[in-house]
Design a protein. Structure first.
Length: 579
């Protein structure tokens, strides 16, 4: 039996109209939230109450302070931060407000919901939204990407097929997804975005130009005043007439808005191009460009997109409603038998840290969801009984440069020589983009030890890191790749050195006194070399390759002698057993 928490409990007491099979779609936006309900597999309508259709995402706290842009701020605050709970509580309050909005609009309770998130929200950021909705009493059926939801609205209501690019520029984030819609199957080919590129950034930019003083030199309340004025000007200029900016001594024109905000618009175009490149597509391959989000209403944005995409823009849908309607259609599909299938993709590569701090990819970026991958590895030292598994997300070569999703430990491994135990890590990425992990030691005689981890509440990725991920492959000068090759070479050399040192220690009778002394000295010199940190990647790579080649030529005769001795002992043992 499931017990609902407020506000649903109090609502149910007042009205018994509660249909557990119904589900709504919620666009949890940075500036506004929208709720929609589907009446059929192809029709969804936006709910309206006394507060209208657009529910403000700004919350007033008990002490009278206003908290805005809750989704964006919640996504970029670490759980350990003292103000995390404040923003989580604010998000819960917004979801509770939406529950009341649903009841007022329909006269009945609906607690099941599909909730949209930015396409480039990572696993941790998605879990924050999921947690807030659950604490407010919602039964979250699924989290889906905002541009994907918008494409559902278009594809299911317009009976369209082909490749579509969804350009979603909202209050806090920018998202782009390319989908292929064929015979009711929605397949996401590629997605991209920036979780710190939205209407809030445009408001701040405009405020810097209209404020008589630098915003950095003003108090928080003064800054908020000018940001509110900037938003009012932006929204007014997004209507088909000029606005009088009130007490300001000058009039702001759409041309001013374009001049000030164009750098942010250009960033959206760069992300679109990057997303096209990763899908191996050109602009001419796209049938339609679907506009979503309030920022697409700005005149110069629409004008320039129309010019760039040569009339391929579809603006029939209400941009503020499309995402919620798509979520509602997905909710209908999950609670009824429908004929369409949604195939979303993973936003960033998931991997595990291996020796040297390198990343072994588990689920590559843009893999269709749900996805499952298994990675097998072994111990690094003799007698190792524990293994630290560090899961990361990102496109870099090294774990420290990517986002840490979580660390867990597999213990109880048999204390065998290195390389003998076999460890299996299974990674499952759900349709919601949430990550489940399981690791176990594989044994023939028994099941082996195992450990599992569900990633949901670890520290988040900040804005600069996300942007770095987006352009890492294009901007990298190759030094990371060279360094990763150096680390692999270094590991190979270290293993060779370790093997030779072990032979010197355990099988001294294979050497003459002079040979043992000489090889001990060679191993010591090579060990000292391996302890030197690389300076210039290209030069260090060349040097370690040369040193390893020289060291290999020294140890090879003794390795062969060691293997010959082992073979001899084995044959003698078998001969004695025979007789």
């Amino acid at each position: 039996m499931r017990i609902l928490v407020d506000p649903f409990n109090s609502i149910i007491e007042k009205n018994e109209k509660f249909l557990a099979t119904e589900a709504v779609g919620i666009d949890f936006g940075t500036t506004y939230c929208v709720v929609a309900l589907a009446s059929s597999p192809t029709e969804a309508y936006v709910l309206s109450s006394s507060k209208g259709t657009l529910i403000s995402s700004q919350i007033t706290t008990k002490d009278g302070n206003s908290v805005g842009s809750v989704k964006r701020k919640l996504a970029h605050i670490e759980i350990s931060d003292p103000i995390y709970d404040d923003y989580l509580s604010a998000a819960v309050s917004i979801f509770k407000l939406l529950a009341t909005h649903i009841y007022e609009a329909l006269g009945r309770v609906i607690s099941r919901a599909v909730i949209t998130v930015p396409a480039y929200f990572d696993d941790v950021q998605r879990s924050h939204i999921h947690k807030a909705a659950t604490l407010a009493g919602f039964d979250v059926l699924r989290l889906i990407n905002e541009p994907t939801a918008a494409a559902l609205t278009y594809g299911l209501t317009q009976d369209s097929e082909g490749k579509y690019l969804v350009y979603d520029w909202g209050g806090g984030t920018f998202d782009v997804s390319i989908l292929d819609i064929q015979q009711g199957i929605f397949r996401v080919l590629s997605s991209g975005g920036d979780t710190a590129l939205g209407g809030d950034d445009l408001d701040f930019c405009i405020a810097q130009h209209i404020s008589p003083l630098s915003l950095e030199d003003q108090s928080f309340l003064q800054q908020q005043y000018w940001i509110r004025e900037a938003r009012r000007i932006k929204e007014s200029l997004s209507r088909p007439y000029f606005c009088d900016v009130g007490d300001l001594e000058t009039k702001i024109t759409p041309e001013d808005l374009e001049t000030w905000c164009f750098p942010w618009f250009q960033r959206t175009l760069d992300i679109c191009q990057d997303t096209l490149n990763r899908a191996n597509l050109e602009i001419q391959d796209i049938q339609k460009l679907i506009l979503v989000g309030g920022s697409t209403r700005i005149p110069f944005v629409f004008k320039r997109l129309t010019r760039l995409w040569d009339g391929k823009i579809d603006s029939v849908l209400h941009p503020e409603y499309a995402v919620a309607q798509g979520a509602a259609l997905q909710a209908y599909q999950l609670t009824n038998t429908c004929s369409f299938l949604l195939l979303d993709v993973s936003p960033l590569t998931l991997g595990v840290e291996v020796l040297g701090g390198l990343i072994e990819p588990l689920i590559p970026r843009n893999t269709p969801l749900p996805a499952k991958a298994t990675y097998k590895f072994t111990t690094a030292v003799d007698g190792q009984t524990k293994m630290r598994l560090h899961i990361v997300q990102g496109e870099k070569e090294f774990a420290k440069q990517c986002k840490s999703l979580g660390v867990f430990e597999l213990s109880g491994i048999d204390p065998l020589p290195k390389g003998i135990p076999h460890i299996e890590l299974t990674c499952h990425l759900t349709v919601e983009g949430l990550l489940e992990l399981e690791a176990k030691e594989c044994k023939q005689d028994k099941g082996g030890v195992n450990a599992s981890l569900k990633i949901n509440t670890i520290r988040t990725l900040d804005d600069a890191q996300i942007q770095e991920e987006l352009y890492a492959l294009n901007q990298n000068d190759g030094s990371e790749v060279l360094l990763s090759i150096w680390i692999k070479k270094h590991q190979q050399a270290s293993d060779g050195l370790h093997q030779m040192e072990k032979i010197l220690q355990q099988f001294p009778y294979l050497f003459s006194k002079e040979e043992h002394c000489e090889m001990t000295k060679i191993c010591k010199n090579f060990s000292d070399f391996l302890n030197i940190e690389p300076s210039h990647c290209a030069e260090s790579l060349k040097e370690i390759s040369e040193k390893w080649e020289i060291f290999s030529s020294h140890i090879l005769p003794y390795i062969e002698r060691h293997l010959t001795e082992i073979l001899k002992q084995t044959l003698e043992h078998e001969k004695s057993d025979f007789f």
